[in-house]
Ligand binder design. Structure first.
Ligand code: AMP
Ligand code: MG
Length: 404
């Protein structure tokens, strides 16, 4: 039995980031940037109006008020997308729309709300200052600015920024394609009637959903019985189609734990027993170069095992930096006793947490039954409380939690 940290560093250490590729910018949200991006263009690309109004020479409006407005000749109009037809002459103005280029000669924009039309003139009832409502070329981004950093995950706003400086593609690590395969003779697909001794394959939809929610691309590989030939066929079918495979079931010490039996024989794998509860057995390694994560079959164990071991490694494959692989742990205070017995393991207790009025995160209660088969507790949980070996924390004590 090995400590969790050892298992985590083993798994994370054996995978590599997927080779970067140029990705279409419109499909790059959520991907990790493989090369810093430096702007070659300014944003805005030209000096333009921040308001609908009139482009003027500020000096021409000096002293203008509601009672004694400045009267300026309207020399033309410029809309967004137009090129100004001419200068703003002295004592003149050009009607201008938001986003339109500032015509030569103008050094301020007066918002339309501070003006009144007067035939072919306009009455301006405020004194403009130079630069009023003008957005200068490059006031957002200047050529040479770094607009995306190596290792960052592309947010929608970051995508828009890259588009604004003219990027059509961006060098990113591809989204890992993660196959999910259930194993067990007892499993039936969701929606089917149960025969004697059968249960529904709840792990597969759960893991497919967790994979997607983690930002990876899920590939449904179906389920196989406890049959080595079928398992080999499914796993080999995934080579080329997936960047990694997650199996559930068959990695324990039972007579029909075929995932372990098979992969220990034909794969390059390590079977582990980890000092945690739930999710003690775990297997990781390669079959024909394909990373395989063998999660235990009990549903809660599967979910916890994914959280602690598979996701960090898959995040590494997705290009996330080493300090951003593991789920963050937060300090919390428990409102209730969380008793346990010493067994040499760290327990990951399914709990309900809430922000307290004291600004601290509180563990309110266990989320339900703590058996590794009891999905209702997991479904109610908003966090995993990390309970180290010992008698468990009592009400008022601090502990770490992983918010789900
Ligand atoms: P195993 O790890 O194969 O020994 O399975 C441990 C427990 O998890 C058994 O009670 C299985 O029936 C159950 N189990 C295995 N696979 C699944 C699955 N895909 N969905 C729900 N329960 C499962
Ligand atoms: Mg099984």
């Amino acid at each position: 039995v090995i400590p969790l940290a050892e298992a985590q560093s083993h798994v994370v250490g054996r995978v590599k980031p997927l080779p970067p590729a140029e990705c279409d910018i419109s499909r790059a949200a959520g991907l990790v940037v493989a090369e810093a991006v430096v702007a070659r263009e300014a944003v805005p690309p030209f000096t333009n109006s921040a308001m609908d109004g009139y482009a003027v020479r500020a000096a021409d409006t000096e002293g203008a008020t509601e009672e004694i407005p400045a009267r300026l000749f309207v020399a033309g109009e410029v809309a967004a997308g137009d090129v100004p037809a001419g200068d703003v002459p002295p004592a003149g103005a050009v009607r201008i729309m938001t986003g339109a280029p500032i015509p030569p000669g103008a050094d301020a924009v007066v918002m339309v709300e501070r003006t009144r039309p007067d035939g072919d003139h306009v009455l301006v009832n405020t004194a403009a200052e130079r630069g009023d409502h003008i957005r200068s070329a490059g006031d957002d981004v200047r050529p040479g600015d770094e607009v995306a950093t190596l290792g960052e995950q592309l947010s929608p706003a970051r995508l828009a920024l890259l588009v604004s400086v003219g990027c059509a593609t961006v060098a990113c690590h591809p989204r890992p394609r993660v196959g999910v395969l259930s194993t067990g003779d007892e499993l039936v697909d969701p929606g089917r009637a149960l025969g004697p001794g059968q249960i529904r394959d709840s792990n597969r939809p759960m893991l497919l959903a967790i994979v997607e929610a983690s930002g990876f691309a899920a590939v449904d590989l179906g389920h196989v019985g406890d049959d080595e030939a079928a398992l080999v066929e499914h796993l080999e079918g995934a080579v080329g189609q997936c960047d990694a495979v997650i199996t559930s079931g068959g990695v324990s010490v039972g007579a029909y734990d075929v995932v372990r039996n098979l992969l220990e024989r034909v794969g390059d794998v390590r079977w582990m027993q980890i000092a945690i509860k739930p999710a003690k057995p775990f297997l990781f390694g390669f079959l024909h170069g394909l990373p395989v994560f063998g999660l235990p079959g009990n549903p809660v164990s599967s979910a916890v095992s994914f959280e602690l071991l598979a996701r960090p490694a898959l995040r590494r494959m997705a290009g996330h930096p080493d300090d951003a692989l593991h789920s963050p742990r937060r300090q919390a205070v428990t409102d209730v006793d969380l008793p346990r017995h010493s067994d040499g393991k760290t327990h990951f207790v399914r709990v309900v947490v809430a922000e307290g009025d004291d600004g601290r995160l509180h563990v309110r209660r266990p989320a339900g039954g703590q058996g590794s088969h009891q999905l209702s507790g997991l479904a109610h949980a908003t966090a995993l409380a990390v309970v180290p070996d010992g008698d468990g924390p009592t009400a008022g004590e601090e502990l770490e939690v992983i918010v789900l």
